[in-house]
Design a protein around this ligand. Structure first.
Ligand SMILES: Nc1ncnc2c1ncn2[C@@H]1O[C@H](COP(=O)(O)OP(=O)(O)OP(=O)(O)O)[C@@H](O)[C@H]1O
Ligand SMILES: O=P(O)(O)OC[C@H]1O[C@H](OP(=O)(O)OP(=O)(O)O)[C@H](O)[C@@H]1O
Ligand SMILES: [Mg+2]
Length: 281
């Protein structure tokens, strides 16, 4: 039985469970459930704090886990990324009171509050900066106002929390994070692990693409195929009207509207875009 850790709370919990559901795995119905058995897929899921997940996976107790890249790096646990999952995107940045131009070198000798002390200490060491790192559990942005720190290093999503506290981010991001599937660094690549990763990869990939279906005059087929070449090649099927064909092709989600405009302009009709929920390539 494969043992897999899933975030039980916070920014990653909802999207992680949704993605596993899309990939065909059973998920919990009750927020309080800490384990879910999925006998059909021979997987047991453990719902844990995202910060603790690299520890469980790194110790070898659990085979795979979903957590944030920033949390995995900060844990210092011996885990390796198997797959980036495309949600929970954030940057991890230094920030300090607005009103002056801050540089990382200005942190020399200052007090720096963070919930990610290892990530910060490693970055300060890399930059040759000596600062006092103050470890807080959360709500780090308020620590300056409360007088325990001069600057912070924290997760930035939309940037709203920084703005609300009149702070500005500075320096290069210490880490660009997203949710990742991790395994133990030297763990064996078993068939069961590979299958779960392949299923998740199918969902991640599907989210980047859409399926386009349209009708096209046979005389314009070459132009249409040039606009929607598909992954291998588009599916072309005859229609009852001999002068027309139906075309089906996958297109990158980000470009779907431009492509639909081009097809309509070229003479295609009934251009339909639909979501793809999962795939194997
Ligand atoms: N807007 C966001 N706010 C916070 N975390 C985010 C955001 N976007 C993505 N994340 C990611 O979510 C993970 C942190 O998750 P979470 O907030 O659940 O942990 P936590 O802060 O330790 O827990 P909690 O806030 O429940 O005490 C990190 O990997 C972080 O990069
Ligand atoms: O840039 P934003 O979109 O505003 O998001 C960033 C904020 O969200 C997180 O806090 P969280 O809600 O996890 O609370 P915490 O500080 O107690 O961990 C993070 O620590 C920042 O404070
Ligand atoms: Mg948090």
């Amino acid at each position: 039985m494969l043992r897999v850790a899933v975030p039980n709370k916070g920014a990653l919990a909802g999207p992680a469970s949704e993605m596993l559901g899309e990939a065909g795995y059973r998920q919990r119905h009750e927020q309080r459930d800490l384990t879910v058995l999925d006998p059909a897929n021979e997987v047991e899921f453990f719902f844990l704090r995202p910060k603790d997940i690299p520890i469980y996976v790194g110790s070898g107790e659990l085979d795979l886990g979903i957590t944030g890249r920033d949390l995995a790096l900060d844990s210092g646990a011996p885990v390796a990324e198997k797959l980036a999952l495309g949600f929970g995107g954030s940057t991890f940045r230094y920030a300090a009171p607005a009103g002056r131009e801050w540089q990382p070198a200005d942190l020399q000798g200052k007090r720096l509050a963070t919930s990610y002390p290892r990530l910060v200490r490693d970055d300060l060491a890399r930059q040759g900066i000596e600062a006092e790192v103050i470890r807080l559990d959360g709500a780090v942005e308020i620590s300056i106002q409360l007088g325990v720190a001069d600057a912070v290093a924290d997760v930035v999503g939309s940037g709203r929390t920084l703005r609300q506290h009149n702070l500005v981010a500075f320096g290069e991001p210490i880490c660009k994070s997203e949710a990742v599937l991790v395994q133990r660094e030297d763990g064996p690549d078993t068939k069961a692990k590979a299958q779960l990763a392949a299923r998740l990869r199918g969902v991640v990939f599907a989210q980047h693409y859409m399926m386009l279906d349209y009708d096209c005059p046979r005389s314009l087929l070459d132009t249409a195929i040039a606009i929607t070449p598909g992954l291998e090649s588009p599916t072309v099927a005859p229609l009852a009207d001999q002068d027309w064909v139906a075309v089906r092709a996958m297109v990158p989600r980000k470009e779907v509207n431009r492509i639909m405009d081009e097809l309509a302009e070229a003479g295609a009709k009934a251009v339909l875009a639909s979501d793809i929920r999962s795939c194997r390539l």
